[in-house]
Design a protein around this ligand. Sequence first.
Ligand code: ADP
Ligand code: MG
Length: 250
Amino acid sequence: MVEAVGVRKHFGDNEVLKGIDLAVRPGEVVSLLGPSGSGKSTFLRCINHLESIDGGEISVNGHLVGYRRAGGKKYELKPREIATARRDVGMVFQRFNLFPHLTALENVMEAPVFVKGVARTEARQTATDLLARVGLADKPAAYPAQLSGGQQQRVAIARALAMQPRLMLFDEPTSALDPELVGEVLDVMKGLAADGMTMIVVTHEMGFAREVCDRVVFMDGGVIVEAGPPSDVFTNPQHPRTRSFLSKVI
Ligand code: ADP
Ligand code: MG
């Protein structure tokens, strides 16, 4: 579903991704761990083409994302190719970014109607089903300001799912939430994982990573330092930087 090979990215002199190789199989749930500034968000943003890359290749569901070196030259994707590659990817951020002037239902309907051209009646039915799936069947008419952080984040997940993505990217989806609201969002993500969604999750929720993820990938300083099944990485981390990080967060 995701094939990243030798991905490089810099901002000015700051080389943020220094050759990332990662392949994610369909249905796999991968958590991306690592200290602040290690490049996790940048890597997710590259996968969703919110950032271009300076070297290497990324493809999602067989569609090339970003630049690649073709015959030694940089190949820049055309807007249509970017749209095709992005269509398969849903993304959920730390901040929920819901449209404040739209209800929960309207937030979920927005992209299918205005980006995909789905008929409103059909989009409304899908959005109703998705709100039920994230446990918000009783909140279609609520505005974001009337919802808790956990409820808003669940609407944001429903909104991403409305575009029928093949891959979901989560960037610290629970970091902005009060502790008592974290569980309800993680439960929705667990449900998605159980339904076979391919997911890459940047998180500091080690319980979630251990319980739900097939593989954890530890990043530091723009490289993947260590990766493996959670049972291996958590109980027997090989790299000193992984050990040091885990000793602080567990
Ligand atoms: P993480 O998500 O692991 O905390 P980030 O990917 O956000 O790390 O950031 C990695 C590095 O890239 C940091 O040094 C950060 O300051 C830098 N960075 C991220 N986005 C930008 C940007 N748009 N412009 C300049 N520097 C950036
Ligand atoms: Mg980040």
